[in-house]
Design a protein around this ligand. Structure first.
Ligand code: SF4
Ligand code: FE
Length: 485
């Protein structure tokens, strides 16, 4: 059965031979690196839950190409039920890890490519879809993590790719060979890049004919020669190097991003899924973006953790019965479940597109992601309100465990008699982690900019809503239509 165990997964990442920089040094062993390891653990959870009977309905699916049971992260959605389960899977994993578990981008890239390769073939009589299916089977049978690499550095935002002073600021084809192509450029902010087996590259914007050298989609193994990774910093990241884990808040799990540089990388033809068909760049971008906007179901799961932490800290502090605290918890739940409504709705209202892939409702997926750019900030604000100022004034774990200083911390940070001060500190550190530490990358800023910044969703919302029809409804009831006709 093509389902890897978490340890199979971790060992398969260990065996990759890559060039990775962090803090000015080359990192050979990412798997045991204290800063990277929590993010690897979060991806490993996508394997661990797929092994559990209680979750296999959500975490696994039947491959439409082989009939094998596969991890849902490698599945092409074959029904509305698949789309709904994808949203539920996001919430589940967010709630189990309290962070970004990184694997959604590859799933969304595969699903978008299933439609775009098919559409290009219909227009240009190419064979991209067959290539894609072969690649998909390889990914499914080996239970791989794919990085969906879309975001180019973009240089001067007012200029299209071909007008940039440095043409590499959008990833492009630099040479065509008999057996493949050479590509150059970079992809920025790549979630989970260091924990991926494969990198799936897609264009970042709709393109015109002058930009056709930039209209390229392909997949390469993560350790292909010429690929260089530069690890992204996160707020409070070096706490992971400290002696005690308590100040990390969530020492088990985390996310990461990296810059991926493609320094003249060779891609064989059987891994190329778009080659200069510039008129399909927008097709791929829109489908990937809508799927990924649905994927922000993950934040509902992280919200579950934050609500649980906030209720607990209120109880530890003895404030849980105050009416405003109760009301703020209700507000957090209301906002979080409203987010859940969005990711379930865009899945439930999805539809079948050629060649049989189910696509989310794009208007609702964009509305959902627009809510994601806002509500987690408000949920985080309420969590900080209830947690109190100690959230940002707590002494370090070194002081907590110091024979002299520790006794004062234990005495003066004590709340209820039956609550060990250490437990209160653990909860405060978890809230700190989600609302301003390493996990805040995922819960807040990634919520803002991941899968496209807020304005990108507003453009889609404007395009996808039928305002004319709404005007007709209003005019009919106001009895204007008859008088205008
Ligand atoms: Fe998946 Fe959410 Fe992380 Fe994006 S932010 S990769 S949707 S877990
Ligand atoms: Fe993301």
């Amino acid at each position: 059965m093509p389902l890897k165990t978490p340890s199979d997964y971790i060992e398969s990442i260990r065996s990759l031979n890559r060039i990775i920089y962090m803090f000015g040094q080359k990192i050979d062993n990412t798997v045991d690196h204290p800063i990277i390891k929590p993010s690897l653990n979060a991806v490993a959870m996508t394997y661990a839950l797929a092994q559990k009977d209680e979750y296999n309905d959500i975490m696994t699916a039947k491959s439409h190409i082989t009939g094998n049971i596969i991890n849902r992260f490698t599945h092409i959605h074959q029904s509305i039920d698949d789309l709904v389960k994808k949203s539920k899977m996001g919430r589940l994993l967010g709630s189990q890890t309290g962070c970004c578990f990184q694997r959604c981008v590859g799933m969304d890239a595969l699903n978008a490519l299933s439609m775009t390769t098919y559409a290009i073939d219909k227009t240009y009589n190419t064979t991209y879809y067959q290539r894609f299916l072969q690649y998909l089977e390889y990914v499914q049978n080996n239970d791989l993590v794919c990085d969906g690499a879309m975001t180019d550095p973009k240089g001067d935002r007012s200029l299209p790719p071909h007008k940039q002073d440095d043409p590499d600021l959008y990833l492009r084809v630099v040479k065509e060979l008999k057996d493949g192509i050479i590509v150059r450029g970079a992809k920025a902010h790549q979630t989970g890049a260091i924990n991926s087996h494969e990198i799936i590259v897609m264009p970042t914007i709709a393109m015109r004919e002058e930009d056709k050298d930039w209209a390229v989609a392909f997949a390469v193994p993560a350790d292909t020669p010429g690929i260089i990774y530069i690890y992204g910093r996160q707020s409070c990241d070096t706490r992971k190097l400290e002696k005690y884990t308590i100040d990390q808040g969530n020492a088990l799990f985390g996310g990461h991003e990296a810059l991926i540089v493609f320094d003249d990388v060779f891609v064989p033809w059987d891994r190329v899924f778009m080659y200069k068909e510039y008129d399909f760049a927008g097709h791929l971008v829109e489908r990937f973006a809508s799927y990924h906007r649905q994927s922000y179901a993950c934040k509902v799961g992280v919200g579950d953790v934050l609500i649980g932490a906030t209720q607990t800290i209120a109880e530890y502090n003895g404030t849980e019965k105050a009416s405003h605290v109760k009301d703020k918890i209700v507000e957090m739940i209301h906002l979080n479940e409203t987010l859940y409504c969005g990711c379930i709705a865009c899945a439930s209202e999805g539809k079948c597109e050629q060649p049989g892939t189910y696509m989310v409702n794009t208007l609702l997926a964009n509305v959902h992601k627009q809510n994601i750019t806002r509500f987690p900030y408000e949920i985080a604000r309420l969590a900080q309100d209830i947690a109190g100022g100690a959230l940002v004034t707590l002494p370090s774990a070194d002081d907590l465990y110091h024979p002299e200083a520790g006794k004062w911390i234990k005495k003066y940070f004590k709340t209820k008699n039956d609550v060990p001060t250490e437990n209160r500190i653990k909860l405060l550190r978890l809230i700190e982690n989600i609302t301003m530490g390493t996990a805040a990358v995922g819960y807040l800023t990634e919520s803002m900019h991941g899968a496209g910044s807020p304005q990108a969703q507003r453009i889609m919302i404007a395009r996808e809503s039928n305002v004319k029809e709404k005007q007709q409804l209003a005019k009919r009831l106001a009895q204007i239509i008859a008088s205008e006709e």
